[in-house]
Design a protein around this ligand. Structure first.
Ligand SMILES: Nc1nc2c(ncn2[C@@H]2O[C@H](COP(=O)(O)OP(=O)(O)OP(=O)(O)O)[C@@H](O)[C@H]2O)c(=O)[nH]1
Ligand SMILES: [Mg+2]
Length: 298
C-alpha cells in the first residue's frame, strides 16, 4: 500500500469489507510536545486492558530515514515483540496529499487486520492535522506548558478539531496556566443551540507521558469518546461527511486522471502556449479540453 499506489486500489477493495472494527485515534500537536511518548504510553495502557493496538507515526517534514523516526522506534522499543502491537513509521515522500492517502490506506490495512485501536501520530503542521481529523474518529491534541502556547493553539484552529486535549509535561512549570487557558478557549467555542442529544465537551486532561501519570485517565476519556461515537447521531453524521469528502476527493483525482489521459501531449502543449500567449483564458481552455474529452467518451 505504501510502495505501490497502483496495487492499492485492489488491495483496499479486498480489505474494505473487513474494515470498520477499529477505532482510529489521531494524535497531533506541536513538535516535541510528547506525542510519541504519549502514544507509547497509551498503547501500553491499552495492552493492559487487553485491546490490540496499531500505531502509525507520520512525519511530514523529516527525510526518509530521519532522526525523528529512529527516535520513535527506540521510544516504542518496549512495545516491540508484543503481537498485539503493530508499529509503522512513515516519512513524507512528496506531497502532503500523498502522505494523507498512504496514511489513510495504511490505517485501513491495520483496521482489516483486526487492531482495535489505531493510533496515528502527526506533527501539527496545519493541513496534516486537518487531514488526520478527517481520517480519525477521535482527535487528541497534545499540548505542553510554555509561553505563547495558547495563541499558537488558536492560530492552528486546533480547538475545532480536538475531541480531547492533553496538557502533557504536566511535571513542568506552567501546566496549571496552560490547562486553564485551554479550558477557557474550549468554553468560548460556540455550542449548538439544540441540545436534544448529549453534546461532547472536549475534556482538558493533564499527563506526564514519561511516567505514565494521567495515561489511564486519558484512555478512559478516549473510551468515553468511542462510546459517544458509536451511539450518537452527530458522530454518524460526521462519518457520513467523512465518506462524502473521501469520495469527492477520489472522484476529483479520477476525473482529472481520465481527462489527462484523453488529451494528447501535443494538444496539452499547444493549449499551454495559447494560455501563455493570452490567446485564451485558462478557464475557457479547460472547458475546451473538457468538451473534447467528453465528446470522445460518446
Ligand atoms: N518532562 C517531560 N518530558 C517529556 C514528557 N513527555 C515527553 N517528554 C520528553 O519530550 C521530548 C519529546 O518527546 P516526543 O515524544 O519525542 O515528542 P513528539 O511530540 O513525538 O516529538 P516530534 O514527533 O519530534 O514532534 C522527549 O525528550 C521526551 O522524553 C513529559 O511528560 N514530561
Ligand atoms: Mg514523535
Amino acid at each position: 500500500v505504501e510502495n505501490d499506489p497502483s496495487a492499492t486500489r485492489e488491495i483496499i477493495a479486498a480489505l474494505y469489507p473487513h474494515t470498520g472494527g477499529g477505532h482510529v485515534l489521531g494524535i497531533t500537536g506541536a513538535p516535541g510536545s510528547g506525542k510519541s511518548t504519549l502514544v507509547a504510553a497509551l498503547a501500553a495502557e491499552y495492552r493492559r486492558r487487553g485491546l490490540s493496538v496499531g500505531i502509525v507515526a507520520v512525519d511530514p517534514s523529516s527525510p526518509y530515514s530521519g532522526g525523528a523516526i529512529m527516535g520513535d522506534r527506540i521510544r516504542m522499543r518496549e512495545l516491540a515483540g508484543d503481537e498485539g502491537v503493530f508499529i509503522r513509521s512513515m516519512a513524507s515522500r512528496g506531497s502532503l496529499g500523498g502522505l494523507a492517502r498512504a496514511t489513510a490506506d495504511t490505517v485501513r490495512v491495520l483496521d482489516a487486520c483486526g487492531y482495535r485501536r489505531i493510533l496515528v501520530e502527526t506533527v501539527g503542521t496545519g493541513q496534516a492535522e486537518i487531514d488526520i481529523a478527517r481520517t480519525a474518529h477521535t482527535t487528541l491534541v497534545v499540548h505542553m506548558p510554555g509561553a505563547g502556547d495558547e495563541i499558537q493553539t488558536l492560530k492552528a484552529g486546533i480547538i475545532e478539531i480536538a475531541d480531547i486535549h492533553v496538557v502533557n509535561k504536566a511535571d513542568l512549570a506552567g501546566a496549571d496556566r496552560a490547562t486553564a487557558a485551554l479550558r477557557a478557549l474550549r468554553d468560548l467555542a460556540d455550542e449548538p443551540m439544540d441540545s436534544s442529544e448529549a453534546l461532547w465537551c472536549p475534556p482538558v486532561l493533564r499527563a506526564v507521558a514519561t511516567t505514565g501519570e494521567g495515561v489511564p485517565e486519558t484512555v478512559d476519556a478516549i473510551e468515553d469518546h468511542v462510546a459517544y461515537w458509536g451511539l450518537n447521531d452527530r458522530a454518524r453524521e460526521r462519518e457520513r461527511a467523512r465518506a462524502a469528502a473521501e469520495l469527492e476527493g477520489v472522484l476529483r483525482n479520477e476525473l482529472l486522471r481520465l481527462a489527462m489521459e484523453g488529451i494528447s501531449p501535443e494538444r496539452w502543449r499547444t493549449t499551454i502556449e495559447d494560455v501563455v500567449a493570452r490567446r485564451i483564458a485558462p478557464y475557457h481552455a479547460a472547458h475546451e479540453l473538457l468538451r473534447t474529452f467528453l465528446n470522445a467518451q460518446d
